[in-house]
Design a protein around this ligand. Structure first.
Ligand SMILES: *[C@@H]1O[C@H](CO)[C@@H](O)[C@H](O)[C@H]1NC(C)=O
Ligand SMILES: *[C@@H]1O[C@H](CO)[C@@H](O)[C@H](O)[C@H]1NC(C)=O
Ligand SMILES: *[C@@H]1O[C@H](CO)[C@@H](O)[C@H](O)[C@H]1NC(C)=O
Ligand SMILES: *[C@@H]1O[C@H](CO)[C@@H](O)[C@H](O)[C@H]1NC(C)=O
Ligand SMILES: *[C@@H]1O[C@H](CO)[C@@H](O)[C@H](O)[C@H]1NC(C)=O
Ligand SMILES: *[C@@H]1O[C@H](CO)[C@@H](O)[C@H](O)[C@H]1NC(C)=O
Ligand SMILES: *[C@@H]1O[C@H](CO)[C@@H](O)[C@H](O)[C@H]1NC(C)=O
Length: 379
């Protein structure tokens, strides 16, 4: 602070304006004499303490409070402790006088005088905003020695996300950039996390989340957090949908006896969900025709034969299709004799699953146990 200008002539009785010769020279009237001193104080070279030269600094007056930290919108009280030796008092915002004694100099209606007593001189700034941040000075005249004490008003603003990318739907392999802009004081720290599936750590530690060649595993919900110490974080969520062509697990062949029910299944992973078609050789099957039913639920398809006949046995192809591509898998419906004890046990209409050896083994084991128990009770 090398220079500062005060708004003295705002009072009508001053007579001259800043910049005019009269202003530079004149400090008319005893009432304003000490204010002129204030002005002189402001021209003290930078870095030098304002109290320089005071003999009785041990008195410690005026004593403004420690720095004031206040949230945007709240009121800030600026207190200055004084002693009985003080003859004149003023509060300044940077270099302009807000209050001198009981006289208000500031035009801002948010500035009000709170206490003007022998021991305390306090003002209040109502509805503090960020531009009010800065140094405020309590200035006093005591035994013809002007003294000042400074307090910094620090304005805090809770973190707030002001602009965030919309949820998006992209194809696998695309480059994705999400943006999350936040305001606050102190400046909030912005981070991105992948929520579903939950991944440890941050997906990004700044406003930008950049994903090159996105994979389907990177789909899901992303959360942007803006954090500062003022209040709880501001949190927003964005969803990334990653579209990809269907891929299928191998189909399981199914055995069924003539006259029984048989169900062929296939499953496709795809975004958007796949549509299904069933073929026998080159022949496309239709729902309801030839005693078959096709049912599609959540990426799975079921081809049901309500009454299996000899002609139904064969090689079936399940095709899954979405806008990005298709995939197919084949499954066999093969003949299975009904005469086995196992088929009887499982009852009519049961679907025999030959690919699932462990499951078959457990049911056989169960059967043995039951037969064993049965015999045990007979004797
Ligand atoms: C008050 O705030 C100013 C500016 O941020 C800083 O330089 C000074 O050290 C602070 N004083 C105290 C007592 O915290
Ligand atoms: C303090 O001064 C700054 C800069 O001139 C101004 O923007 C702000 O409104 C003032 N605040 C008060 C309370 O006078
Ligand atoms: C948000 O940021 C984007 C990219 O910088 C910009 O195009 C858009 O206009 C912003 N939206 C708002 C509401 O500020
Ligand atoms: C994605 O980004 C990489 C690396 O920045 C670039 O080589 C590639 O061309 C980009 N792909 C698309 C589709 O923009
Ligand atoms: C199954 O089909 C055969 C021959 O087509 C028929 O005789 C039999 O009644 C049918 N069974 C049922 C349960 O519909
Ligand atoms: C079923 O047909 C497909 C082609 O349509 C073929 O690749 C596959 O080997 C056949 N499966 C059997 C068991 O014959
Ligand atoms: C199954 O996919 C193969 C290539 O993956 C393709 O040649 C064949 O025509 C497809 N079958 C059907 C029935 O769409």
């Amino acid at each position: 602070m090398g220079m500062c200008v005060m708004d003295f002539p705002r009072r009508g009785d001053w007579g001259s304006r800043p910049g005019s010769p009269g202003w530079r020279m004149g400090c008319p009237g005893s009432r304003w004499l000490w204010l002129c001193t204030l002005r002189l104080l402001c021209i003290v070279p930078a870095g030098e303490p304002v109290q320089r030269g005071d003999r009785d600094t041990n008195a410690g007056f005026p004593k403004a409070m420690d720095n004031v930290t206040v949230r945007q919108g709240d009121n800030a009280v600026l207190r200055c402790a004084i002693d009985s030796g003080v003859t004149r008092v003023a509060w300044l915002n940077r270099s302009s006088i807000l209050y001198a004694g009981k006289d208000k100099w500031a035009t801002d209606p948010r500035v009000v005088l709170l206490t003007n007593s022998k021991t305390e001189y306090s003002i209040e700034i109502q509805g503090v905003d960020v531009y009010d941040e800065g140094a405020y000075t309590c200035s006093v005249q005591t035994h013809n020695h002007p003294k000042t004490s400074q307090v910094h008003v620090i304005v805090q603003v809770p973190p707030q996300i002001v602009n965030i990318s919309n949820s998006i739907s992209v194809n696998e392999g695309s480059n994705v950039t999400l943006l999350c802009l936040a305001i606050g004081r102190p400046e909030p720290v912005v981070t991105w996390r992948h929520l579903s599936p939950p991944v440890r750590g941050f997906a990004s530690e700044d406003e930008y989340l950049e994903i090159t060649g996105i994979s389907k595993e990177q789909a899901g919900d992303y959360e942007c957090q803006a954090v500062n110490e003022v209040s709880s974080p501001d949190v927003r969520k964005v969803q990334i949908i990653v579209n990809y062509a269907p891929y299928m697990s191998d189909g399981r062949s199914v055995g069924a006896a003539v006259g029984q029910k048989g169900i062929l299944r296939c499953e496709a992973f795809a975004v958007p969900l796949a549509e299904f078609e069933w073929y026998k050789e080159e022949q496309r099957l239709s729902n309801g025709l030839n005693g078959v039913q096709i049912k599609n639920i959540d990426g799975k398809s079921m081809l049901t034969f309500f009454n299996v006949s000899e002609e139904d046995y064969g090689n079936y192809t399940c095709v899954a299709i979405n806008k990005l591509g298709f995939s197919n898998t084949s499954v066999l419906l093969f003949e299975e004799k009904t005469s086995t004890i196992l088929a009887n046990w499982k009852g009519p209409g049961a679907v025999q699953d030959h690919n699932n050896a462990p499951a078959g083994m457990t049911s056989s084991l169960w059967l043995l146990v039951i037969i064993f128990v049965h015999f045990l009770f007979k004797f």
